[in-house]
Design a protein around this ligand. Structure first.
Ligand code: FAD
Ligand code: MG
Ligand code: MG
Ligand code: MG
Ligand code: MG
Length: 552
């Protein structure tokens, strides 16, 4: 094996082997989970570990509560308060689950193996590499920061993805302030050092800029009185507005608040190059310009990890941008591999792709036409399988698919209504326009998917049946595995100065101090353990009373 695996040492699961040898006891199926972020951790927390042999692989032996990462950049919350060791989470489940601190660098779906590399350990071959085989693979490796290949970004900018990034940013902010106070610096140099640039006007960039502004005005201004007036924060955004994923009212409020706070907004500017002291940007009107800066944070969105791109090529998804799954979160065209969270995109099946089958399914008497009753009988199933139908009816303020059909046929009596396939197609022609893409990056989506998949796995075991595919329309909606459906509870945009914008379901918008308190209570309640909850709340209390710590 060592020879064929290119020097890799195979990991032999002693327990599974023993079970295989004792007659009568079927060995547990091996579930390998890659990643300990939102998706992976939620999956592990919810899987029934008595049914499977679960192994978790991640280069990080902890879970990090990412929504509080921007707070870590300025010391509002301490890094240790937002992380929970994965082994603690596993141990709570009875010690059935194994964890390997290593990075997966290759997936071999044909032989059902993953190639891993530990950066701390050595093995017999001396390279820290090992192989793990699986019956089911759950990919939950998240995404990486995307630089769009802009030169100089990797070398000179900070990212804000991991706990280490937030810690580095904190040190770097303090370095800038200390450097700017040193003697023998001219005014220009002090100004440059205190120019903080945030590239990307999405939620993370905006929250970081707001947090930094609070840190400067509430804490640092008092400590660095001679240079406080030289501080400048700039947010550069390629689009026309910041926070475009939110309601227009929120994005406008944020822009106005930033203006009042003196945070410069450069919308319509695209950063094209970063050097150690200047950032070059491009604008349709003004062309190229360079500004000196002291520190820059790059937060322009996410990209796919290289080993996932390789895997996608292997399974014929090379032309896609993220790993595509069906609504059961199974990676398309790849047996027994699932993908959840930021590394995956779930595509919703279109009604028009299945229209013939839906028609045949509804046409119980094989008459070649559908009556009102036939349509009504399958309506619920259709809505479960194709949520866009329900959304479409809502958007047209129709109570029933029959109204839709009637509307398409003109004024016909309900009882007399009969549709052939062409008419049925016409009636549903616009329905797929309501297919909603999930937010590309969201902790809630990742967690809901992890939870959903864990529940599927528990049921899969006791029914010895796998989630049905979209092909099996005859089981539409009635089988044990309902497709994954994202439940939206709203989203927050903290804007600094104890003000947060909240966008809740039903177009409900709230901006200000009350939603800040809602934010505090929701994020306190969402903590993974009582320990981190206590730490986070005490960090907030400490900040209220004593301010943030400015030591490096
Ligand atoms: P992650 O949580 O990123 O987890 C990926 C895991 O995979 C990690 O454990 C990583 O170590 C591991 N991994 C990486 N490479 C490998 C490998 N090769 N092999 C094995 N394991 C690997 N979302 C919200 O909804 N609300 C917010 O307020 C919010 N704020 C955010 C603030 C910041 C600063 C950031 C960065 C993100 C924020 N998000 C927020 C987005 C949210 O964090 C992500 O959507 C979520 O983390 C996605 O979960 P995931 O499990 O897919 O990926
Ligand atoms: Mg994960
Ligand atoms: Mg995470
Ligand atoms: Mg996703
Ligand atoms: Mg019929």
């Amino acid at each position: 094996f060592a020879a064929s695996g290119g020097g890799l040492v195979a990991y032999a699961d002693a327990r599974a082997d023993a079970a295989a040898e004792s007659p009568g006891v079927a060995p547990k199926k091996k579930v390998v989970v890659l990643g300990t972020g939102w998706a992976g951790t939620t999956f592990v927390k919810n899987i029934d570990s008595s049914l499977y042999d679960v192994q978790v692989i991640s280069p990080r032996n902890y879970f990090a509560f990412t929504p509080l990462l921007p707070s870590v950049t300025c010391g509002t919350v301490e890094p240790r308060s937002i992380v929970e060791p994965i082994r603690k989470i596993i141990t709570k489940k009875g010690g059935e689950i194994k964890f390997w601190e290593a990075e997966c660098f290759k997936i071999d779906p044909e032989n059902k193996k993953v190639y891993c590399r530990s950066n701390i350990g050595t093995n017999l071959a001396g390279n820290g590499e090992f192989l793990v085989d699986y019956d089911y693979l759950v990919i939950a490796v998240g995404a990486r920061a995307n630089t769009f290949n802009t030169p100089g970004v990797v070398e000179h900018c900070h990212f804000l993805k991991e706990v280490e990034d937030a810690q580095k940013i904190r040190r770097s902010v303090m370095d800038c302030f200390e450097r700017a106070t040193l003697p023998d610096l001219d005014e220009e140099e002090r100004k440059r050092t205190l120019h903080f640039v945030v590239v990307g006007g999405g939620p993370t960039g905006v929250e970081f800029a707001a947090e930094l502004h609070d840190f400067v005005s509430e804490d640092l201004a008092k400590l660095y009185p001679t240079i406080q007036d030289l501080v400048k924060i700039t947010v550069v955004e390629h689009g026309e507005h910041i926070l475009t994923m939110f309601d227009k009212r929120i994005s406008r409020f944020a822009e106005e608040k930033f203006q009042r706070d003196g945070i410069e907004l450069k919308t319509g500017f695209k950063v094209v190059k970063v050097s150690d002291k200047t950032i070059t940007m491009e604008n349709a009107l003004h062309g190229e310009s360079s500004v000196p800066y002291g520190m820059a944070v790059w937060s322009t969105g996410i990209g796919t990890r290289p080993f996932i791109l390789d895997f996608m090529k292997q399974i014929g998804q090379g032309n896609r941008r993220a790993l595509a799954t069906d609504e059961w979160l199974r990676v398309r065209e790849c047996e027994d591999v699932y993908a959840i969270g930021d590394c995956a995109t779930m595509s919703q099946r279109k009604v028009m792709e299945d229209i013939m089958e839906i028609f045949r399914f509804a046409d119980k008497d094989n008459s070649g036409t559908l009556t009102v009753k036939e349509i009504q009988d399958v309506l619920e199933d259709i809505c479960i399988r194709y949520p866009q139908v329900e959304l479409y009816l809502k958007s047209k303020q129709m109570s029933d698919i029959v109204d839709l059909v009637k509307a398409s046929k003109g004024d016909v009596k309900k009882e007399a209504l009969e549709l052939n396939i062409e008419e049925f197609k016409n009636a549903l022609a616009d329905v797929d326009s309501q297919v909603k893409n999930l937010p590309a990056t969201a902790q809630v989506v990742a967690a809901q998917q992890g939870n959903y998949l864990a529940r599927c796995f528990s049921r899969m075991k006791d029914s010895e049946e796998k989630p049905e595919g979209p092909q099996r329309i005859t089981k539409m909606g009635r089988h044990r595995f309902l497709p994954f459906r994202y439940k939206h509870f709203g989203q927050f945009a903290p804007l600094g100065g104890e003000q947060t914008a909240a966008q809740l379901p039903g177009d409900w918008i709230s901006i200000g101090h009350s939603s800040q308190w809602l934010w505090y209570s929701i994020y306190a309640s969402k903590q993974v353990s009582w320990r981190t909850r206590a730490l986070v709340i005490s960090d907030w209390t400490r900040r209220f009373i004593f301010g943030r710590d400015s030591s490096r």
